[in-house]
Write a protein that binds this ligand. Sequence first.
Ligand SMILES: [Zn+2]
Length: 230
Amino acid sequence: MALNLLMLGPPGAGKGTQAERFAQSRGIPKISTGDILREAVQTGTEIGLRAKAIMDRGELVNDEVMIGIVRERLEKKDAANGFVLDGFPRTVAQAAALDGIMAGRDPLIVVDIMVPEEELVRRLSSRMICRSCGHNAPMGHGPVCALCGGELIQRTDDSESVVIDRLKVYHGQSEPLVEYYRVRPTFRAINGAQSPDQVAADLAAAIAAVCAHATRLPGVGTAAPSGVQP
Ligand SMILES: [Zn+2]
């Protein structure tokens, strides 16, 4: 069964790091919307050119174009055996469109990384940034950037009230999305308030459990359309 993984989680949950780590360990691509948008614009595909025109006008790329770009990326050969999707979908409408893109493929495995609000606030408001290269680092990594050796300073935009507002926006957007996926047998929530190694171990275990369960469902692991629909 292809590992078609979708990661959900608030800012500060370590989602990007875990997505990267898992993708590397399984030899599948990590697909984040920022990266593929840039890629499509650079490659100059039809949909990429449409995205560029929108961004050149200073507007946000709409759902239709974003969905087109995700579709194009997921159809590439390197994603045939699986992928880790990070940052898409953000809305239920996008999630429904993604289900359309995934028709006939192995089911999406959806993992929500959960971290208590107080812990997120603590993590986000103590984030450090490199003065030279802009690399982000959590507090407690020492005074020096791991990438370039530059000086780490506290991020000025990460005051506690800014962080709390950011989390409110995230929860408003993500709660309907989590509800959309929660009813599926391929949904798992894991505890993100642990060390990165422990989160990675829980993530791998959750995915193994989904795969063991899903291969017993009809229509999965064959060429037939996925049998896992809500
Ligand atoms: Zn640096």
